[in-house]
Design a protein. Structure first.
Ligand SMILES: [Ca+2]
Ligand SMILES: [Ca+2]
Length: 91
């Protein structure tokens, strides 16, 4: 029984680690879907606009808006979002 419990705990830990390593944008949501509603639209562009020009420790920093992960929210992130504008996940 104890071995079964340890095995289950290990599986849960492994799943948590994998989920932490795979960003949501690559898992379930379209790239640029900053509000996680499965569509890239004006609301996402607004979120990016509010974070535009920011970097970690900026008051308006939003790590989700840093789509290329370079530590700045700038025109390159806006370009990534616009390339995916209109994409949606249908269920
Ligand atoms: Ca969205
Ligand atoms: Ca960036």
């Amino acid at each position: 029984m104890r071995a079964k419990t340890v095995g289950l705990a290990s599986l849960i830990l492994l799943a948590a680690v994998l989920m932490a390593l795979v960003p949501n944008s690559y898992c379930c949501f379209p790239v640029g879907d900053l509000d996680r509603n499965w569509v890239v639209d004006m609301r996402d562009l607004g979120i990016l606009a509010r974070a535009f020009g920011s970097y970690p420790n900026s008051t308006n920093w939003n790590p989700d808006a840093d789509l290329n992960g370079d530590g700045f929210v700038d025109i390159r992130d806006a370009g990534i979002l616009l390339r995916h504008f209109g994409e949606r996940v249908e269920w």
